[in-house]
Design a protein around this ligand. Structure first.
Ligand SMILES: Cc1cc2nc3c(=O)[nH]c(=O)nc-3n(C[C@H](O)[C@H](O)[C@H](O)COP(=O)(O)OP(=O)(O)OC[C@H]3O[C@@H](n4cnc5c(N)ncnc54)[C@H](O)[C@@H]3O)c2cc1C
Length: 424
């Protein structure tokens, strides 16, 4: 299986040159590549990612980087993929290479009292054959989940995550006339299959040029099947309006909307809260809107590792139906807070990525985790950073410079005190 990586990361192997030809790799690029100079600047600048996932190149950068990746770097990437899947010290963010690993993890989480959102790593896939592989992967995963659910070995609340770009919205292929229509058809097939197998589907949100499209597809699929949730991002100015319109959308009066609020991982420059602290503030406002302006039919998930937002959500959810609210976290990121919330009776769902392309996703997680980095030799961290830059065209972003870590720590203390006083 040669799948790319997940949404908040670069894809794996590119793809074609637009005429269906495989790009050639010549030794000419070798030395330039090691210096990281052959990566051309972005055309649109629209899709670098920020926040927890670090920076991800846009499609063009990625295409260029992939096209010129020398064999040595490919070998390094392969070794990195292997290391982040197999070496104990490094394998905390991606559960394994295969769907079976994710299912086992979902069972483990269920035993502890949490549900899982299972996601096969991959994004911005341009080659139709690779999209087909991704579809095949989910066509295999969903019946497996269904049989585990029917056998009572897994929660019925188990979900999968999908998004447009691994399922065809970026495909360049002479047989695909309208890539977005193709992607929608693929996503609908998966939502339908998920429904038949008792599985929920989360539509992750990608860069802002996908927002309208994703919302449109979401409304249609949720109205028709009723098993779909959608992520909305606090870094976009439009999100408050988008959320309000989902609360009252006429097509969603029967099957109500289910929204996951997140900060947003893609670098946005238009109508966006670019600074981390502005995004942070808007995230708080959105949590307020979700609980105060909705009626009880609207389901809210708050996807964060920030104790302050957790606290705000817990406090506001006190008067909200318990089954309509949950916190969501990424596997391996602040598992301590996930455990703490769960042990205090709160619903916490964990996003569980799997797939062979573990390197890029894991490096970005690592760079956002100062505790983890402090346990590593600086030289090892530098090697990972440099390799990432050469492979994907930009450095993974570290902890945002305007994030107030003393405020974060004080919020964590507050959260612990709050939970001590309000155990469910
Ligand atoms: C379940 C889930 C689903 C998501 N889905 C989407 C999506 O569909 N679209 C989208 O754009 N974004 C998505 N995101 C990412 C999200 O937008 C944020 O970028 C990310 O969660 C960081 O914001 P925060 O509030 O968690 O943490 P911050 O407030 O940025 O940081 C709080 C603390 O958590 C640590 N931390 C935060 N993130 C990470 C990380 N990745 N690795 C290591 N440590 C970290 C920080 O270092 C800090 O200590 C999702 C996040 C989650 C939890």
């Amino acid at each position: 299986m040669k799948l790319g990586t997940k949404a908040d990361e670069p894809i794996g192997k590119v793809v074609t040159d637009g005429n269906g030809r495989k790009p050639t790799r010549t030794p000419r690029f070798f030395s330039l590549n090691l210096l990281g100079r052959n990566v051309e600047p972005s055309n649109s600048g629209k899709e670098r990612q920020i926040g927890a996932g670090g920076t991800t190149p846009n499609n063009q950068q990625q295409h260029n980087a992939e096209r010129s990746t020398p064999w040595l770097m490919s070998a390094f990437e392969a070794a990195g993929n292997w290391a982040f899947l197999h070496v104990n010290f490094l394998k905390q963010w991606v559960v394994g290479a295969a769907a079976e690993d994710a299912i086992k993890q979902a069972q483990k989480l269920n035993e502890k009292g949490s549900s899982a959102i299972i996601c096969c790593l991959g994004e911005h896939i341009k080659e139709k054959a690779v999209v087909d592989e991704m579809m095949q992967e989910y066509r295999r995963l969903l019946p497996m989940l269904g049989s585990e659910i029917r056998a009572g070995r897994i929660h019925t609340e188990t979900s999968i995550a999908i998004r447009p770009s691994p399922f065809g919205s970026d495909v360049v292929d002479s047989t695909v006339v309208d890539a977005r229509a193709y992607s929608k058809t693929n996503m609908e097939e998966l939502v339908k299959l998920a429904k038949e197998n008792g599985v929920l589907v989360w539509m992750d949100m990608e860069g802002s040029h996908f927002t309208d499209y994703t919302l449109e597809v979401y409304k249609e699929l949720q109205a028709k099947y009723g098993n779909v949730g959608i992520a909305l991002q606090a870094n976009l100015v439009r999100t408050a309006d988008d959320m309000r319109s989902l609360m009252t959308a006429p097509e969603l009066t029967q099957n109500r909307a289910y929204v996951r609020l997140v900060k947003g991982i893609y670098k946005e420059t238009v109508n966006a809260y670019e600074a981390w602290n502005e995004n942070h503030k808007n995230f708080s406002d959105l949590i307020g809107i979700a609980f105060k302006e909705s009626d009880a039919g609207f389901k809210v998930a708050v996807g964060t590792h920030h104790a302050g937002h957790m606290l705000e959500a817990l406090e506001l959810s006190k008067d909200y139906p318990k089954e309509k609210f949950e916190i969501q976290t990424l596997m391996g990121v602040r598992d301590d807070l996930t455990d703490l919330l769960r042990s205090n009776g709160y619903a916490v769902t964990v996003y569980v990525p799997y797939g062979k392309k573990a390197f890029a996703y894991s490096v970005r997680r690592m760079m956002r985790s100062p505790e983890k980095m402090s346990t590593m030799l600086p030289m090892v961290v530098s090697i990972f950073k440099a390799a990432y830059k050469i492979l994907y065209g930009s450095e993974p972003v570290g902890v945002p410079t305007d994030m107030d870590s003393s405020e974060l720590k004080s919020k964590e203390r507050e959260l612990r005190t709050y939970l001590n006083g309000t155990a469910q």
